[in-house]
Design a protein around this ligand. Structure first.
Ligand SMILES: Cc1cc2nc3c(=O)[nH]c(=O)nc-3n(C[C@H](O)[C@H](O)[C@H](O)COP(=O)(O)O)c2cc1C
Length: 129
């Protein structure tokens, strides 16, 4: 297989077979989509991959991995749209990893209604932090 040959992934056309895996970028303080995060993916796109992946986006605040995890909500919409347009302008596709973590990022135990023994209160997965 020629890794440099174009292909399709469902409805998405890819210019080659190189995809950037999700790696937490560390550029979203308190879940904000920053210019640094956008720049990170622009540089990856300029490096020649066919698709980059924005790391773990939580589908709810409870599903975040920590307080710096971006939540897929209205607050993130403009930033993620800007990121997408920036990557597309480089002729590169962009994916997003979506998740909903069930264990607490503070104590790593499965969430429950009971107070967490480590943090001494009901675990909300860091949503209130
Ligand atoms: C710093 C760092 C952050 C990562 N963040 C994520 C992540 O947010 N989501 C994920 O699914 N994998 C994450 N990974 C795992 C990578 O996507 C990848 O699966 C891993 O580095 C193994 O890649 P390899 O099989 O090419 O060696 C991360 C890895 C590293 C080193």
């Amino acid at each position: 297989m020629d890794l440099f040959s174009p292909c399709t992934l469902g409805p998405v056309s890819l210019k080659n077979r190189f995809l950037k895996a999700a790696t937490f970028e560390g550029r979203s303080p308190r879940g904000e989509v920053t210019d640094e995060l956008i720049s990170f993916h622009r540089v990856i796109a300029q490096g020649g991959v066919a698709m980059t992946t924005v790391a773990y986006l939580a589908v709810s605040s409870e599903g975040r991995t920590d307080r710096h995890c971006i939540e897929l909500n209205d607050a993130a919409r403009d930033g993620l749209t800007r990121l997408t347009k920036t990557v597309h302008a480089e002729g590169v596709a962009v994916a997003a990893q979506m998740g909903s973590r069930r264990s607490c990022w503070e104590c790593s135990i499965e969430r429950s209604e009971k107070p967490c023994p480590l943090i001494g209160r009901e675990c909300d997965g860091g949503a209130s932090s």
